[in-house]
Design a protein around this ligand. Structure first.
Ligand SMILES: C[S@@+](CC[C@H](N)C(=O)[O-])C[C@H]1O[C@@H](n2cnc3c(N)ncnc32)[C@H](O)[C@@H]1O
Length: 325
C-alpha cells in the first residue's frame, strides 16, 4: 500500500517493469508514447504499437520491448493476428474542452478501431477515452457499442476515478471492454496518493533550467483566479492529488498550467519528470522529442500504473475459461 514518497516511487519502478516472458499478443491502436502498452507489457502481454507521430513512436521503442509502427491508421489499415486489441482513439472530438464535434470530427478514431476489431477478431478488446463520450455524446456512444456487440462481444464500460488506482491525480476516464467470457473490472483502493507523496523532495527543489512564470503570467493568473472566483489557487497542492494533467495544461502557457509555488513566492512550471510521476510513469521511462512534445505525450497517456491493473483484469478474463477464451 503506497503511503509515503519512497514507497510510491519504489512501487511504481518495481511494478512497471517488463518481464522476460510474455504470454499474449496485443495491438495498441493510437499508441502515443505507450502509456497503455507499458501497463500491458508490465503485466506480461506483448504489445505492438500503431501511431502516427514520430516522437511518440521513438519514446515507445526506446522504453518498451516491442515495435511501434509509424503510420496514420484508418479503416483500411491492415493488422496482424492478435489476441487483444487495445487503444485510445483521439479524444478531442469528445472532450469537454474541445469543440464537441464528436463523430463528425475528422479525428474520430472509432471507425478505424471498430474496423480493426472486425478484421482481427481478437479474443478481447479494450479502449480508453474521455468520460464526455457517454456523457455528452450518448447516441454516438450507443451506436459504437452496438456495432462492437454486433461483432460478437459482450461489451461493458465504466468511468474510473484514477485517483483510486494509485494515480496521484483527479483524472476520470472511460474504459470500454469487449470480451466473450467474464470480465471483472479492477477494484478501487481504499487510499489515495497525494502529489506530495508522488513527487517527494523534487517538489521543493529548483531544477536546472527551471521554467519560472514571468511577472505578466503571474498577473494573468491572479486576474483569471479573481474573475473566476477561484477558491483554490491552481498551484499544485502537495497534500492532495493533482488536477487532471492534459496536453493543454502541461504543454501550453495557459492560466491553468501545472505549476509549483515555491516558498519564496515564485512559481515554476512542473518538469517533464514531475508530470510523468503524476501520470503514473516509472522514473526509468525516457520521453523523446522537444519539451513540448514530451509534455504532450504525457498529457495524452493512459497512466501505466492504471493500465497495469486493467491488463491484469484482461489476463484473468482470458484465463477464465473455455470462451474466456
Ligand atoms: C490519446 S493519445 C493515445 C495515448 C496512448 N494510449 C498512451 O497511453 O500513451 C492518441 C494518439 O493517437 C494518435 N493519432 C491520432 N490519430 C491517429 C491516426 N489516424 N493514426 C495514428 N495515430 C493517430 C495521436 O498522435 C496520439 O498520440
Amino acid at each position: 500500500m503506497p503511503r509515503t514518497y519512497n514507497d510510491y516511487i519504489d512501487y511504481l519502478n518495481e511494478t512497471i517493469c517488463i518481464p522476460a516472458v510474455q504470454r499474449y499478443e496485443a495491438i495498441d491502436l493510437f499508441a502515443g508514447c505507450g502509456g497503455l502498452s507499458l501497463g500491458f507489457e508490465a503485466a506480461g502481454i506483448k504489445t505492438m504499437g500503431y501511431e502516427m507521430v514520430g516522437d511518440c513512436c521513438d519514446s515507445y521503442k526506446k522504453n518498451l520491448k516491442s515495435e511501434c509502427n509509424q503510420k496514420v491508421i484508418d479503416e483500411n489499415t491492415e493488422f496482424p493476428a492478435a489476441d487483444i486489441i487495445i487503444g485510445g482513439p483521439p479524444c478531442q472530438p469528445f472532450s469537454r474542452r474541445g469543440k464537441q464535434k464528436g463523430k463528425n470530427d475528422t479525428r474520430n478514431g472509432f471507425p478505424a478501431f471498430i474496423e480493426a476489431v472486425r478484421r482481427v477478431q481478437p479474443r478481447l478488446w479494450l479502449c480508453e477515452n474521455v468520460k464526455g463520450l457517454p456523457e455528452q455524446n450518448i447516441e454516438y456512444f450507443q451506436a459504437v457499442v452496438e456495432q462492437l456487440k454486433g461483432l460478437g462481444y459482450k461489451v461493458e464500460h465504466r468511468i474510473f476515478q484514477l485517483v483510486q488506482y494509485d494515480v496521484p491525480q483527479n483524472r476520470e476516464r472511460l474504459v470500454i471492454v469487449g470480451h466473450r467470457g467474464r470480465f471483472v473490472f479492477p477494484q478501487p483502493n481504499d487510499y489515495i496518493v497525494t502529489a506530495g507523496e508522488a513527487l517527494g523532495s523534487m517538489a521543493s527543489e529548483i531544477p536546472e533550467n527551471a521554467a519560472f512564470l514571468t511577472p505578466s503570467m503571474d498577473a494573468y493568473i491572479a486576474k483569471y483566479e479573481a474573475a473566476s472566483k477561484c477558491r483554490n489557487p491552481r498551484d499544485l497542492h502537495l497534500d492532495r492529488p493533482a488536477r487532471t494533467l492534459t496536453c493543454r495544461n502541461l504543454a501550453g502557457s495557459t492560466s491553468d498550467m501545472h505549476r509549483i509555488k515555491l516558498p519564496d513566492g515564485r512559481r515554476r512550471r512542473i518538469t517533464v519528470r514531475e508530470a510523468a510521476r503524476l501520470q503514473g510513469f516509472p522514473d526509468w521511462f525516457e520521453f523523446v522529442g522537444t519539451e513540448e512534445s514530451q509534455y504532450t505525450q504525457i498529457g495524452n497517456a493512459v497512466p501505466p500504473i492504471f493500465a497495469y491493473k486493467l491488463a491484469k483484469a484482461v489476463i484473468d478474463c482470458l484465463q477464465g475459461g473455455k470462451d474466456g477464451i
